[in-house]
Design a protein around this ligand. Sequence first.
Ligand SMILES: Nc1nc2c(ncn2[C@@H]2O[C@H](COP(=O)(O)OP(=O)(O)OP(=O)(O)O)[C@@H](O)[C@H]2O)c(=O)[nH]1
Length: 348
Amino acid sequence: MGESSTASDGEPIQHGQPTVLIVLGMAGSGKTTLVQRLTAHLHSKQLPPYVINLDPAVSELPFPVNIDIQDTVNYKEVMKQYGLGPNGGIMTSLNLFATKFDQVMNLLQKRSAEVKNIVIDTPGQIEVFTWSASGAIITESLASTFPTVVIYVMDTARSTNPVTFMSNMLYACSILYKTKLPFIVVMNKTDIVDHSFAVEWTTDFTAFQDALNADTSYMSNLSRSMSLVLDEFYNTLKLVGFSAVTGAGTDDLLKAVEEAHEEYVKEYKPEYDKLRERRIKEMKKKEQGKLPTNAELVAEPGIVVTRGIDGAGEDTSDSSDADADNEDAEEDSFMRFLDAKKASAPKT
Ligand SMILES: Nc1nc2c(ncn2[C@@H]2O[C@H](COP(=O)(O)OP(=O)(O)OP(=O)(O)O)[C@@H](O)[C@H]2O)c(=O)[nH]1
């Protein structure tokens, strides 16, 4: 387990509610290096964060971590046992870990008075987290308990083409739709290319149009229209230039995190409070209506020894109740969609 911040008399410092930072981004954008830089900075300010690694396939973590998915789930073993390739292995490992996330939440709640930030590194394959039931479960669990913020990391040097920039921004916007949380775009690697072009493109519509002017392709025309559509997204966007290698922009990033924390409390918390109440009601209903099966009565939970989750039980199931709920909801909505289609189809 990592250290907690301590006062000079050795007593833990009480910090109020911590902010959860979910770090997302395309493979190679610099998520892990950013977490490393941020962690080192916060340690130097005597504010060590609580760090969770959710990437089961990372070979070496360059920062101290409190909870590591790799201590609970063996990704290579998962691939072998389920006959999966690398992506399927990562997805299934995250599913298995999500079934244990209530234990992670208990640990976080116990430590919440002592830490100011909870930092979460996610798998390189961004869709494994953003488009999976387990990613949604983890995000909802965190966001219905703590002020939670998404940090979307972009590689500045690889976004200087306006069409590429637009496709990355559309992706960012789709993640905002999925997570429904305050959103910070971190333009990383500013030691290679300054991010001022991105600030200009997101604040001055004509500057972006000018950048596209030389190009008359279909993608370029589409990007032109899309920049108008994204105007509202850009208006509320917190865009920060950063270099995970040099540390430039760290203060700006922390300031944006503070603002996003406030935004969560004002704008997003009421929705997440409602969601939590609904979940509690659903759980109570399930508990009342469900009798334990014979298997549940005799089952001895296996123990996985982990650095982070003391006494976490090994789980061999491949989906949780919450996963199933989510799938049910998606199936219901798909059935409604089909019914609506059938009803509106011209009669032959
Ligand atoms: N010049 C420069 N290089 C960086 C910066 N941040 C990360 N890198 C480099 O970019 C590469 C990818 O960085 P990672 O931190 O592993 O990126 P990631 O997003 O965690 O990658 P995945 O784990 O594959 O998703 C590494 O070679 C880093 O050294 C930066 O601010 N500046």
